[in-house]
Design a protein. Sequence first.
Length: 364
Amino acid sequence: MEAGIVGLPNVGKSTLFNALTSGGAEAANYPFCTIEPNVGVVAVPDSRLAIITRYIPPQKTIPASLRLVDIAGIVKGASTGEGLGNKFLSHIREVDAILHVVRCFADGDVMHVEGSVDPIRDIATIEMELMLADLSVCQGIVERQGRIARSGDKEAIAKVAVLERCAAALNDGRLARSLEFSPAEEKLLQGIGLITAKRVLYVANVDEATAANPDSSDNVRLIREYAKANGGRVVVVCAKIESELSELPEADRNEMLESLGMKEPALSAVARLVYDLLGLESYFTAGEKEVRAWTIHRGFTAPQAAGVIHTDFERGFIRAEVYTVADLEKFKTEKAIREAGKMRAEGKSYVMKDGDVCHFLFNV
């Protein structure tokens, strides 16, 4: 699963990407300094790992991670090819969720492609291009599939129906994610890659002064109102601060966070929100060699979760022995958890819960 970072040029996308991933993407004061998408991996901070390692000290600790893609800036006219728009839009189609970076800071040294800071105008510019691109896709597929549908093909009939609904919404200036889809319709849409159907996190990129008190910012308030009305979520960051924090040793980083009145880098919240946005959750395995967070889709059964470790685990699944991090904190050892009757044996139909600590028994 991947999330793509999008926005107008010069809003801080590459700075944010570098801070999250230490990816070394070029960040410069001119449009389109990013042409080919940069891909990086970011660890998902999870305080439960520290609790587990306190009681089960491992040789190494491996957090969950997710992939981020830094996509070049989109400009007005992108849907018709302006600014290499068609190429950049194809990159967005390939990701599973969107981080839409919105500039909320004024800086005479960093040019704004529109000449002024107006976050709602900027969001509208990007989303209009995405809607126009999606509308073109919908109309093209409806035209092609319509001929097949007239022959009585049930899948083509269903695909035409759902895409006509999407096209009608887009023509009305509504994002595809504003519609409700049945599970069958969602499956039909999966291979099409409608950009405006993807889940979105708006990242309000503010200046240092606003970072300390984001609720005081009219720009942040406007983005939150827009997101609430349009099915998105919001996180506030100062990419400049986050970039500086990411380059510091841990002791200096903690000192800087304290001086800023922050408990953790804002990017930790970004990583967790993206993880949740993608419909992902973690379970843990713990032993002397390693304590590890494994990434699964929400709703996975125990055999499916075991299969993330190795396909043999799923194929030969017998049962899972499961306990909670709270159990470990209370009883201190797995032996004590078992003796207290808190070690559960779960079978093939068990749906995993976020934060389960597991041992899998299998036989192949």
